[in-house]
Write a protein that binds this ligand. Sequence first.
Ligand code: AMP
Ligand code: ZN
Ligand code: FE
Ligand code: FE
Length: 274
Amino acid sequence: MKRVDLHIHSHASDGQLSPAAVVRAAVTGRLDVISLTDHDTAAGLREAMDAAAGQPLAFVPGVELSSMEDGNEIHVLGYFVDPDAASLRAHEAHAGGRREERMRGMVRKLQAQGVGVEMDDVLRIAGPEAASLGRPHLARALQQGGHTRSVGEAFDLYLKDGGSAFVPTEFPTVRNAIDTIHDAGGVAVWAHPDLEVFERQVNTFAEWGLDGIECFRPNTPPVESMLFDRVARDLGLFRTGGSDWHGPHRGKLGDWAVRGDEVRALLESRGIPA
Ligand code: AMP
Ligand code: ZN
Ligand code: FE
Ligand code: FE
C-alpha cells in the first residue's frame, strides 16, 4: 500500500526545511507520494522536483492559496500546478506584498504593547528563501527573543485569530483562488475545511469549480473525515489528505500518511499509481 502525504510546507513559506531537505525527509520517512504545498508561493517547487528526480518517490507540484469568503479565511490547495504559470506569479506577487504589509502591522501592534520585536528579527528567522511571510515566523521571533516561552504561547498571547497583535490579511476570493489554480493547470482542493463553513458553503464552492476536499488529516475527528468523505463522493469531488507538516519540531515526516487507495482518484487522474 502506498504511503502518501499531499500537504507539506518548506522554508519557501513558513516551513523549516528547504524543499530539497523536505524531499530527503520524505524518502527517509518512507513516503511514496508527496506534494509540497507552500502558502501562496510556488517558489520551492523547482528545487523539490529536481531533488525528487531519481528518488523512489512521486512528487506532485502543489501550492496552498489563501483566500477569503464571508470573513472566513479559506485555504485552497492546488495540485499538479505549473510552477511558472502567470496566474500563480500574479497571486504570489499580490499575496506576498499583502503578507509583508500585514507582518509590519503585527510587529507595530506588538511594539505598541511594549514587546520589543523588530521586522528584521522576523526577516532573519524567515530566511532569504521565504517568498511568503506568516505568523509562525513572528511566533519564532517572539520565542527566540525571549518574549514568549514557546511558539504556542506566542499564538495564545498575541497572534491567534482576533489576538491582541493579530492583523487579518486581504486575500482574493475563493472563486478567484480556484480560477488561479485552474489557470495554472491544477486541481483545486479545499484544505482543512471548518465544519460549520463546510456545511454552509461546499455546494457553492463546487459550483465555482472546486475539484476536491482534503478529507484526511492527523487529529481530525473521524466523524468529520467521514462527513467530508461522504460529501466529496456525493458531489463527485476528489478526496485528498495530508499532514500539513511544517518541520521536524512536530514529529517526523512520514510518521503520519494517508493510504494510496484513499486518494486514488486524484493520483490516477494524472497517471500516478496509487
Ligand atoms: P498565516 O498564514 O500567517 O495566517 O499563519 C497561519 C499558520 O500559522 C498556519 O498555517 C499554522 O501553521 C500556524 N498557526 C495558526 N494557529 C496556530 C496556533 N494556535 N499555534 C501554532 N501555530 C498556529
Ligand atoms: Zn503554514
Ligand atoms: Fe492551511
Ligand atoms: Fe498548510
